[in-house]
Design a binder for this molecule. Structure first.
Ligand code: FAD
Length: 479
């Protein structure tokens, strides 16, 4: 370790974001440049722990102290090589990961943790800038062909790994562009799309074939895929949105969050949207408090909403980790996103009772306060009498989670599903010998970092299936 006392000398520091009033005028990334010298100091804060809990905090098992040291030594090539040994796409996770590694950083016990996510992003950007990330097609080809269905982070990671192992990989994507939720879920102000294109160009030059507007089960015949490919990896995400079937659900103005977000992302990409959903001059109510809800808030602000209210059924979490909360578990503290800095109101313990409207159009939403009471050892929701009220609302966005992948595709392949409709698999292998799965389709709605991890692990299973062994690295066991 180049500097052993960095954590005593330097405080945690992150790049400034553009002022909220300025950034809501566009969809560009919100962070401002950060001097390299400062990133070096942030890397020097790493204590190089004997047992680095950050490794196990990161689903990918990123080798964090080692890349921090390389950054401190200004050896960007080494840093990039260490980072890419466990993570195919650090330029994505360095921007949008909630960074469970930071929640496990030992320094975090009594000081703010090492700024691992920012360091990761900087390494990725330096590596692109200095030309260390360039097409490296595999030296040998196995002659085996693999079809990956779905081009989100799980599909892309699986495709990248399988191509590295020498198999011919074709990615089928039903949308008009590649990227899954990275492309059409996550807004540009969190992840600008040229960042995805840059990586896709490399993968393409390395030999991965991308087929867009190719929906397996519609215009691509599943039986044909089975005949043409030696193995198939289902990475279709968990895209069936959870609904809120209460009176007034069918009023004009009540939408799934993804219908709203994907239209905006397509518009930023230059597509002509035939049936736009706009927040302009509207009172917007976002139902749901997760990442999807936050992205709806940021998008509504940028579209010029009159007001934005976000509702959460659960009680408000504490701001700080309680004394009894053990470390290094993920602290169940209040999570905010950059969108919350931009305005709007956020309320907890609220139940949405009805959508109300006139002439088929949403005008109000009926809300009631709830309290969570203990009953037979379980928390139960109880409405607070007299708290019901109507709130003006012309656009309601449902961001209450996702249920499962589309079942028709699984049926057409004869692939079993779990009780909740996810792809049933023994690790990553389905009941069909040559069909594997990874990402949200298998584990349910999750995070980009988990999707990449699953894509890598599934690729290893496919490689073993095709060649009886695998040259791809396995994820290291956690402490
Ligand atoms: P997806 O990204 O969902 O990709 C699946 C792809 O499969 C899609 O492109 C779909 O069109 C395609 N597909 C489906 N069926 C077919 C078919 N039959 N034929 C061809 N293609 C098909 N995670 C984070 O870590 N950080 C965040 O900030 C974050 N923000 C989020 C914001 C939103 C709005 C949402 C919805 C999720 C967010 N997530 C975030 C979660 C993260 O995006 C997902 O966990 C991750 O993208 C899952 O990856 P995946 O590859 O499994 O599936």
């Amino acid at each position: 370790m180049g500097q052993l006392d960095g954590f005593l000398k330097y405080d945690r520091e992150l790049p400034d974001s553009r002022p909220p009033e300025n950034r809501v005028g566009d969809f560009k990334e919100i962070y401002q440049p950060f001097p390299e010298e400062k990133t070096k100091k942030q890397a020097a804060r790493c204590m190089d722990c004997g047992i680095p809990f950050c490794h196990s905090g990161c689903p990918l098992g990123n080798i964090i102290p080692e890349f921090n040291d390389a950054v401190y030594q200004e050896d960007w090539e080494e840093a990039a090589s260490i980072l890419h040994s466990t993570n195919n796409f650090p330029e994505f996770t360095g921007r949008i990961c909630p960074a469970p590694c930071e929640a496990s950083c030992v320094l975090g016990i009594n000081k703010p943790p090492v700024a691992i996510e920012h360091i990761e992003k900087t390494i990725a950007e330096k590596a692109f800038e200095l030309g260390y990330i360039k097409p490296k097609p595999p030296k040998n080809r196995t002659g085996k062909k693999v079809a990956v269905i779905g081009s989100g982070p799980a599909g892309l990671a699986a495709a990248d790994q399988l191509n590295k192992a020498g198999h011919w990989v074709t990615v089928f994507e039903r949308e008009n562009r590649i990227g899954g939720l990275l492309r059409y879920g996550i807004p540009d102000f969190k992840l600008e799309k040229p960042i995805i294109d840059r990586r896709l160009d490399i993968m393409n030059e390395e030999g991965v074939i991308f087929k867009m507007n190719a929906e397996v089960g519609k215009n691509i015949n599943p039986e044909g895929l089975k005949n043409d490919f030696d193995s198939i990896v289902i990475c279709t995400g968990s895209t069936k949105a959870r609904d809120l079937n209460i009176p007034g659900r069918d009023l004009e103005g009540v939408h799934f969050a993804m219908d709203f977000l994907s239209r905006q992302n397509k518009e930023v990409a230059g597509d002509n949207i035939q049936d736009p959903i706009s927040a302009k001059d509207k009172n917007v109510v976002v139902i749901g408090g997760g990442d999807t809800g936050s992205d709806c808030i940021g998008t509504s602000h940028r579209q010029g909403a009159k007001s934005v209210l976000q509702l959460e059924l659960m009680p408000k979490p504490p701001k700080e980790r309680g004394e009894k909360d053990p470390w290094p578990l993920w602290p169940m503290t209040l999570r905010t996103s950059s969108s919350h800095e931009e305005g709007g109101e956020r309320k907890w313990s609220i139940l949405t009772k009805t959508f109300q409207g006139e002439e088929g159009k949403l005008t109000h939403i009926e809300l009631v306060d709830i309290e969570w009471v203990e009953k037979d050892g379980r928390k139960e929701m109880k409405e607070i009498e007299g708290s019901s009220r109507l709130v003006p609302c012309e656009l309601a966005l449902l961001a209450i989670g996702f249920v499962s992948p589309e079942q028709s595709l699984l049926k057409s392949f004869g692939v079993n599903a779990t009780k909740t409709g996810l792809v049933k698999a023994d690790k990553y292998k389905t009941n069909q010998e040559e069909i594997f799965t990874a990402g949200d389709a298998r584990r349910g709605q999750s995070l980009v970092v988990w999707a990449i991890m699953e894509g890598r692990e599934a690729a290893r299973s496919v490689d073993k299936f095709l060649t009886n062994k695998s040259i791809l690295p396995a994820k290291k066991k956690s402490v």
